[in-house]
Design a protein around this ligand. Structure first.
Ligand code: UT7
Length: 323
């Protein structure tokens, strides 16, 4: 059976750190409120002129280096973003050109905060189908560009960044001991569009728009949907929560991470959390968390990882990966 092994991962964060105190100087908010309600202490914000593709390119170069793979070997780039450089061409093709890659295919995926899990699932399916040998999967965002910086209910929650992984086709036995992506599980429900959306776009308003969110409602759906999709992934592989070595969740809010882990019976010590320093980087948050925990040695070869995310649409999904 063909599996998609993860050969390496990489990440990139913009240099500029914006603390809660800095936001509190120009907004009616406080470090205490933001930390208590979200766990966020600071976020990175892209420099003027620094685009999503710039962050994605840096993360991709780091991932390729960690994987020991050259650009010539990559035949597919799938880039998840809700904040592309331009309406078109895709940010993926800009990254492809930046890497000096003139073969294969590159395209963007739009599933907002679930984008990386969607992109991973798509690349995994290309590999399993035999159409791709080596894929670069990226999550990259500059949410700072679509925030309403006068809306304290949303602008304190997000940050910019990028993360990437390199996948390669490998033979597996077809059981849960295999290395690589064991399974992915995707869901969406368009009825909840109005709870989390951007109020602009090329066809509707001919503008970019700003992020709007009913935070409390999104929160409730997030914990329920994430726990359900994680259970679905475990059942599909005949595993249970005790088998998980690391939960690598989308980083929206520490309270959502805690609530989901509690619901699943996963110890908080097995949850990779970067939300305090990265805030919510949408499609970039899962690969950023992954790269951090691999980089500091927490995630080791053979560990079982559960990746999950939920975002606008609504979209949500999970992936089980043996590192
Ligand atoms: O990545 C996609 C998924 N997104 C998410 O998962 C986000 C999910 N939602 C959340 O994380 C939380 O709902 C928030 C962090 C957005 C908000 O936390 P909450 O505990 O649900 O607060 P709330 O929205 O119910 O607001 C409580 C109060 C309100 O004041 P009143 O109406 O009680 O007087 C808000 O106006 O807190 C106020 N508030 C703030 N106060 C200080 C809202 N934002 C702020 C702020 N600083 N930045």
């Amino acid at each position: 059976m063909i599996r998609s092994e993860v050969l390496g991962c990489g990440a990139y964060l913009p240099e500029r750190i914006v603390t809660n105190e800095e936001l509190a100087r120009r907004l009616d908010t406080s470090d205490e409120w933001i930390v208590a309600r979200t766990g966020i202490r600071e976020r990175r914000i892209a420099a003027e002129g620094e685009k999503t593709s710039d962050l994605a390119l840096r993360a991709s170069e780091a991932a390729l280096q960690a994987a020991g793979v050259s650009v010539d070997e990559v035949d597919l780039i799938v880039l998840a973003t809700a904040t592309p450089d331009y309406t078109f061409p895709s940010t993926a093709t800009t990254v492809q050109a930046g890497l000096g890659m003139y073969h294969g295919a590159a395209f963007d995926v739009q599933a907002v905060c679930s984008g990386f899990v969607y992109a991973l699932s798509i690349a995994d399916n290309f590999i399993r189908a035999g159409q791709t040998g080596t894929a670069l999967v990226i999550g990259a965002e500059t949410f700072s560009r679509i925030l309403d910086w006068n809306d304290r209910g949303t602008c304190v929650l997000f940050g910019d960044g990028a993360g990437a992984v390199v996948l390669r086709a490998a033979e597996g036995a077809g059981n849960s001991s295999d290395r690589g992506i064991l399974s992915t599980h995707l869901h969406s429900d368009g009825r909840h569009r109005d709870l989390l959306y951007v109020d602009g776009g090329p066809s509707a308003t001919q503008s970019v728009g700003h992020l709007r969110m009913e935070g409390r409602e999104v929160f409730k759906h997030a914990v329920t949907n994430l726990a359900a999709v994680v259970n679905e992934a475990l059942i599909a592989n005949g595993l249970d929560a005790d088998d998980i070595d690391w939960l690598v969740p989308h980083q929206a809010n520490q309270r959502i991470l805690d609530g989901t882990a509690r619901k699943l019976g996963v110890s908080p010590t097995k949850v990779v959390s970067t939300v305090a320093r990265h805030a919510n980087t949408s499609a970039a948050s899962v690969p950023l968390a992954l790269a951090e925990a691999v980089g500091d040695g927490r995630i080791k070869r053979g560990d079982l990882l559960l990746l999950e995310a939920m975002g606008g649409g609504f979209t949500w999904g999970a992936g089980l990966v043996r590192w």
